[in-house]
Design a protein around this ligand. Structure first.
Ligand code: ZN
Length: 178
């Protein structure tokens, strides 16, 4: 089922998401629906607060390229109760967008690598070091679980410059607030 997206300035996007204590059938269904919603929206990641659920889960899809250099859809991954640590001191800038802020694309600085520990849908804990684009998507989605939006990572001056765009997005989607 395709879920309704929550847009800036829906207050749910600013809340800290609750930890998931039990991976119920409902959570599994939500994860499946989030993957479907992410795919139809052409997103690379989607966090539960973006579909109106303030719980600590996000999904992402890692795109791969075949030997001919053509894009093949990677596996969808589910992250429950993620914990990020040990971000590298070295950073990189890359253009980011967000399904909750349609039309806004910004160069965001993020660490090159980060350590992640999370549960999968089977409840099993997995952990490891992630890097580059994969790390960036994970950090962006994890920010959503802490009520942080990607433009929060800009400098004050840069943030001031995008205020008119934020205002437009806010007005356009205000009527969709639940
Ligand atoms: Zn986002």
């Amino acid at each position: 089922m395709i879920l309704k997206l929550c847009y800036y300035n829906n207050p749910i996007l600013r809340k800290k998401a609750e930890k998931i204590t039990e991976i119920t059938a409902e959570i599994k269904q939500l994860a499946e629906d989030m993957i479907e919603t992410m795919d139809v929206s052409n997103g690379v990641g989607l966090a539960a607060p973006q579909v109106g659920k303030s719980i600590a889960m996000f999904v992402m899809r890692e795109d791969n390229y075949d030997e001919k250099g053509e894009l093949v859809l990677g596996d969808a991954k589910v992250f429950i109760n993620p914990k990020l640590s040990n971000p590298s001191k070295t950073t990189n800038f890359l253009n980011e967008g967000c399904l909750s802020l349609p039309g806004l694309h910004l160069e965001i600085e993020r660490p090159d690598t980060v350590h992640i520990e999370a549960q999968g849908l089977d409840g099993k804990l997995f952990k490891g070091e992630v890097k580059d684009y994969f790390a960036r998507v994970i950090m962006h989605e994890n920010d959503h679980l802490n009520g942080v939006l990607f433009f929060d990572r800009l400098s004050k001056k840069e943030k001031n410059e995008i205020l008119p765009i934020l205002k437009k997005i806010k007005e356009k989607y205000a009527k969709l607030l639940d």
